[in-house]
Write a protein that binds this ligand. Structure first.
Ligand SMILES: [Zn+2]
Length: 114
């Protein structure tokens, strides 16, 4: 399978998720400004904050995935796709299948998480 096509599909999906989250964030922002105009201690305010953090998390996740996918597409251009940017060893096929935009091999990813 062509990794470029998979990455492009994932890029479209990430764009959509970012757009949906951005749109919902705007709704929450509007609802929140309405709520605070009425009463700053509106109990609904806390629900809106929860919505906000959840959507903001989604938007950020979509955005960072988008960045990772673009970087992976660039590595295809450069001919370094599938090579760990940290240790220079090949990234396992299973890992690339699960996360085609992965920039590091599983060992390096585990170390980075620590
Ligand atoms: Zn590595």
């Amino acid at each position: 399978v062509n990794p470029r096509e998979i990455l492009l599909q994932r890029l479209v999906a990430a764009d959509e998720r970012a757009a949906v989250a951005g749109h919902d964030l705007e709704d929450v922002r509007l609802a929140r400004s309405d709520a605070s105009a009425d009463d700053e201690h509106d109990p609904e305010g806390s629900t809106l904050s929860e919505d906000w953090s959840r959507l903001d998390g989604l938007a950020r996740a979509a955005d960072s995935q988008r960045t990772a996918i673009l970087a992976a597409l660039q590595r295809i251009e450069d001919g370094t796709y599938g090579i760990c940017i940290s240790c220079g060893r090949p990234i396992g096929a299973e890992r690339l299948e699960a996360r085609p935009e992965a920039a590091t091999c599983i060992e390096c990813a585990r170390q980075l998480e620590r």
